[in-house]
Write a protein that binds this ligand. Structure first.
Ligand code: ZN
Ligand code: ZN
Length: 143
């Protein structure tokens, strides 16, 4: 059953209600094994939950992100995507074609440590987004 998800166990332990929306949205993100926009989540979940509104999907995704149960990535132009992540990672996004690559967090650990040593900050940003141009689009702009 979907209600065995560790994310759901945590919600229950922390005293939150396991509403059908929360369960269905977490299940959808888990099944997707990748990133989904709120519109994509809505499309999938609304089949199972009649009467679901897009506003509820946004609110639920926001709630799950605040609880640290799902990760949110900013893709630029105000676009957000959500996922249930097994591993810490970041994203590279091409500003021209929208291509997205994942970078393992291990690759940035040294950098984080440098920042922490320098500033005394304890950095807890997992799932950052870096923008640039992919190899294909670089070729294009060179003509
Ligand atoms: Zn590109
Ligand atoms: Zn991600």
């Amino acid at each position: 059953m979907v209600s065995n998800y560790p994310e759901l166990t945590r919600l229950r332990e922390e005293g939150y209600r396991l509403t059908p929306q929360r369960i269905a949205i977490l299940a959808t993100l888990r099944d997707a094994q990748g990133h989904l926009s709120p519109a994509e989540v809505y499309q999938k979940v609304s089949k199972d939950i009649p009467g679901l509104t897009e506003a509820t999907v946004y609110r639920t995704l926001n709630f799950l992100a605040e609880q640290g149960l799902v990760l949110v990535a900013h893709l630029g132009r105000g676009q957000l995507v959500y996922e249930v992540a097994e591993t810490d990672h970041h994203h590279l996004i091409c500003k021209q074609c929208g291509d997205m690559q994942e970078i393992d967090h291990l690759a940035l650990e040294g950098l984080y440590k440098q920042f922490q040593d320098k500033t005394g900050y304890q950095i807890n940003t997992i799932h950052a987004t870096f923008f640039g141009y992919c190899p294909n689009c670089q070729k294009g702009s060179e003509g």
